[in-house]
Ligand binder design. Structure first.
Ligand SMILES: Cc1cc2nc3c(=O)[nH]c(=O)nc-3n(C[C@H](O)[C@H](O)[C@H](O)COP(=O)(O)OP(=O)(O)OC[C@H]3O[C@@H](n4cnc5c(N)ncnc54)[C@H](O)[C@@H]3O)c2cc1C
Length: 446
């Protein structure tokens, strides 16, 4: 077993202050994959900077029992560079737990084990530093990246700043006063004992919060929990074989070449292949409801309210809240939910990138996104060998996989290949002929 890595912060060493081939802004899974692929290449000196004090991965949502929603092969590197030392397999090996992992036979990998793997990859890569925030990027032939500590120059930058929690505007003034976003769930969940709680949002995060609240021991359980969703029912993620072909590189390239309006249509049509709830979570919820209603005979503790849109959340004179719901099918029907607390599981939006402001009048945009080429480099008026790569910021152009882990390793490989001037072979195409332009599936060959 290798040494247990210690958290590091920015060392400010000579190499780290020197000119870089690439500076990465943010060190979440997206940029960590790129950092792993570039690691050890003397032609590609690189530095990845993250403002957090140390690595975390949605830590305040690591509810007991939460699992990864994708295959463990979708780690930082395996799908593009399986022998890379930052693979999940390498993590298991270094920690002496290969056999245990196999014998555990996880149907779904615990999310905190994947989080620990990511932390190990960040902490054992000396090109990744924490406690440093990028504040501004200028360009004068090279990129000048200004952080709260120093200025670094680079030929290229890779922006991987992820997403930030989102709540409806009318909820914003209430945050912190009994209302919180699910990204802060563990910090607040204990305050909910004995209260009337609404969980708003019918995706995986809302489902996990609802399951946790109805499964808590009696002393920590809310008096009442309602689970509200705009969707018509609590729909599962579609993780079936052919649907997963949407999460292959070939489909991503096909999608990229479609018209803007067609891409928007497909993202909406296929949303549940990404944003639905794991079947195991749905089953656990259903079984717990059965226990509560028929075994514990505790039937007045939960409410299931799908197919409703939250219209407002107002504070009453007594300090509680009234959440107003509009039914989506029954015209004119609304309901009022009196609650003490609200968990907003209403999703995430791309993180603001104010540090790019000095360059924004030089870049192309499309429908609120920066426009990227096939290698995730922003189209701009700078020299062609000076690139601004973006990861997890162009769902409109690259589709639903852009925000999740599925194409992380492949996307990072595309960027690494561009830096190295390589045209590496792509994975074999899907069995499906997405495009009518290649005609493969219509030709009989012997
Ligand atoms: C609870 C949860 C569970 C998920 N589970 C799955 C899953 O099972 N499967 C799946 O495919 N996807 C999952 N996702 C979606 C996706 O994989 C993750 O959101 C993933 O973390 C995205 O990676 P990222 O690197 O793009 O962004 P992030 O992980 O958000 O990382 C961005 C980093 O940038 C840093 N940063 C931001 N601004 C600056 C700055 N100015 N200077 C320096 N650093 C900065 C931040 O500190 C942060 O560390 C999940 C999402 C959530 C919320």
């Amino acid at each position: 077993m290798g040494p247990v890595p210690q958290p590091r912060t920015a060392s400010g060493s000579a190499e780290q202050n020197g000119h870089q081939r690439l500076v990465g802004i943010g060190a979440g899974p997206a940029n960590l994959g790129l950092a792993a692929l570039l690691h050890g290449d003397p032609q590609q000196p690189n530095l990845f900077i993250d403002r957090k004090p140390s690595f975390t991965w949605h830590d305040d949502q690591l509810i007991t029992g939460a699992t990864l929603q994708v295959s463990i092969f979708k780690d930082l590197v395996s799908l593009s560079d399986p022998t890379n030392r930052f693979s999940f397999m390498s993590y298991l090996h270094e920690h002496g737990r290969m056999y245990h992992f196999l014998n555990a036979q996880f149907a779904e990998v615990p999310r905190n084990e994947f989080r620990n793997y990511l932390a190990w990859a960040a902490e054992t890569n000396e090109n990744v530093v924490f406690s440093e925030s990028v504040e501004r990027v200028d360009f004068d032939g090279v990129f000048r990246v200004t952080t709260n500590r120093r200025q670094i120059t680079a030929d290229n930058i890779a922006v991987g700043v992820g997403t930030v929690p989102w709540v409806p505007e009318f909820a914003e003034p209430h945050l912190g006063k009994g209302h919180f976003h699910v990204s802060q769930y563990l910090s607040h969940a204990k305050e909910l004992a004995g209260k009337r709680v609404a969980v708003i949002g019918g995706g995986q995060s809302g489902a996990e919060a609802f399951l946790d609240l109805i499964s808590r021991p009696e002393s920590e359980r809310p008096a009442w929990v309602s689970w509200v969703s705009r969707r018509r029912n609590y729909f599962p993620i579609d993780d079936s074989t052919f649907t997963n072909d949407f999460y292959m590189p070939g489909y991503s390239d096909y999608f990229y070449r479609l018209s803007e309006s067609k891409r928007a249509e497909l993202n909406s049509a296929h949303l549940l292949s990404s944003d639905g709830i794991s079947e195991s979570t749905l089953r656990a919820i259903y079984q717990q409801l059965y226990r509560l209603q028929f075994i514990e005979r505790d039937e007045h503790r939960f409410g299931l309210l799908p197919n409703r849109t939250v219209m407002s959340a107002d504070r009453t004179g007594t300090g509680t809240f009234e959440v107003s719901l509009r039914h989506n099918d029954e015209s004119g029907q609304s309901q009022c939910l009196p609650v003490d607390a609200v968990v907003w599981a209403t999703g995430f939006r791309p993180a603001p990138k104010a540090f790019l402001e000095p360059l924004m009048d030089r870049v192309e945009t499309e429908n609120g996104e920066v426009r990227v080429d096939e290698d995730y480099a922003i189209s701009w008026d700078g020299p062609p060998d000076r690139n601004i790569f973006v990861q997890n910021a162009v769902r409109g152009q690259r589709g639903l996989p852009d925000v999740n882990l599925s194409l992380n390793a492949w996307r990072a490989q595309r960027i690494a290949n561009r830096l190295r001037g390589l045209n590496a072979p792509e994975p074999a195409m899907s069995f499906i002929d997405w495009s009518a332009k290649n005609g493969r599936g219509t030709q009989w060959t012997r």
